[in-house]
Design a protein around this ligand. Structure first.
Ligand SMILES: [Ca+2]
Ligand SMILES: [Ca+2]
Length: 157
């Protein structure tokens, strides 16, 4: 049964890669943006993982997929990831765990854009060190307890 399924998937893959028709190619590239698949945007590719994990485990999972938690450097990427993550509260690779109040992107990129919600980051309870997008469904970020399992977004070049 599994072999048959594999054969079907492989067969479908061959059909797609050998297609020279432009319309069909367009359909394939759009299909790559489905949840659970890597999706290109702005020179990077992103994947949304809906299975909730604490921030550090989310990063490990991103690494095992050949990437890292997502970095957001402009409004366009922010809004794209909002859509990709279905507006669910999701981890990205922004943290002040090393020194409270000093926010760092996980890949050490310079900070070019932030989108904090009003009165955030507030380090509530003295233990909020990881950034979550789509806070309460809003289009803004909150600092949150890193140990809370949440969906997350990974990126790779
Ligand atoms: Ca903090
Ligand atoms: Ca907060």
């Amino acid at each position: 049964m599994n072999l048959l399924l594999l054969g079907l998937i492989f067969g479908a893959g061959v059909t797609m890669t050998t297609a020279e028709d432009g319309t069909k190619a367009k359909r394939v590239s759009r299909a790559l943006c489905n949840p659970g698949t890597w999706c290109p945007f702005g020179g990077r590719t992103y994947i949304f993982i809906s299975v909730p994990r604490p921030w550090a485990f989310a990063q490990l999972q991103c690494q095992s997929l050949g990437g890292s938690l997502a970095v957001i450097q402009n409004r366009e990427t922010n809004d794209f990831l909002r859509s990709l993550s279905s507006r669910m509260d999701s981890w990205v690779g922004f943290s002040d765990a090393q020194l409270d109040g000093v926010w760092l992107w996980i890949n050490s990129e310079r900070i070019r854009f932030t989108n904090w919600c009003r009165a955030e980051p507030n380090n509530y309870g003295g233990k909020q060190d990881c950034a979550v997008i789509n806070y309460n469904g809003e289009n803004c970020w909150d600092d949150s307890d890193c140990t809370t399992p949440r969906p997350y977004v990974c990126e790779r070049k």
